[in-house]
Design a binder for this molecule. Structure first.
Ligand code: SF4
Ligand code: FES
Length: 242
């Protein structure tokens, strides 16, 4: 018979220490398969009233609810929970409290790189590959398994220069700028230089074994890394890897 409850573990981070607590989720109906966010909201309501986590749209649009489940990044508003799952903060960014991580070091990598005069935000002249990349919701799930982001020291406190090495998200931003019809030609060289300075060369060496996954299904290898490598180094990479 279907159980009426679901036992999960939640990793908390407080006073510089992390520890696990158990929470018994009470299902709202017998065959409910709750999302991570349902569990967190109920746990906050019923047991840990100061449990800290982020969420916004609850509809896979804002990207801020990402947490790890059994060590893998998932959107809390979209990923379902099974008995004995462990919900923990993203392991790829510094933890502030409980499930909240410090996110600002990642977008700061791109400060100063958008030199496009703002006029047509919908960018109707752009081709399909450009619009595919606009699906990014900045959830940072793709930091997991990235050989470049792994080289960054998460303890660094300098907000503006926290992460010298890039990640699939930062390269997506650069690739989107590169193929944006509104980007002036003279800026494109600088975009490729920026990609190189963030360590693009590492992806070149590790392309075949690169295991990066986008939270909303963008094909990061074929649509971001491959075209950047081709422009930056003249590489020709067969289109087949996801
Ligand atoms: S590229 Fe995908 S995984 Fe990475 S931040 Fe954007 S939506 Fe999230
Ligand atoms: S709450 Fe917005 S994507 Fe999950």
């Amino acid at each position: 018979m279907e159980a009426e409850t679901l036992k999960v573990r939640i990793k908390l981070f407080r006073d510089k220490k992390s520890y696990e607590v158990e929470y018994i989720y009470k299902k709202k109906f017998l065959d409910e398969r709750p999302m991570i966010l349902d569990v967190l909201l109920q746990a906050q309501e019923e047991k840990i009233d100061d449990l800290s986590f982020r969420y916004g749209c609850r509809a896979r649009n804002c990207g801020i609810c990402t947490v790890d489940i059994n060590g893998k990044p998932r959107l809390a508003c979209r990923a379902r929970v099974k008995a004995d799952d462990l919900i923990s903060p993203l392991s790829t960014l510094p933890v502030i409290k409980d499930l909240i991580v410090k996110r600002d070091g990642i977008p700061r990598q791109m400060i100063g790189y958008n030199k496009i005069p703002s006029k047509n935000n919908l960018n109707v002249e752009a081709d399909v590959p450009y619009h595919n990349l606009t699906a990014c919701i900045e959830c940072y799930a793709c930091l997991d398994g990235c050989p470049l982001h792994k080289k960054n020291n998460l303890d660094i406190k300098d907000n503006n220069n926290a992460y010298p090495f890039g990640n699939p998200f930062s390269f997506l931003k650069l690739q989107r700028l590169y193929i944006d019809p509104l980007t002036p030609e003279e800026e494109k060289r600088g975009i490729i230089q920026k990609a190189k300075s963030l360590g693009l060369e590492t992806y070149r060496r590790e392309y075949k074994d690169l295991k990066i996954k986008c939270g909303v299904g963008i094909n990061l290898k074929d649509e971001v890394i491959k075209p950047l490598l081709e422009v930056a180094f003249g590489d020709q990479i067969e289109k087949k890897n996801k």
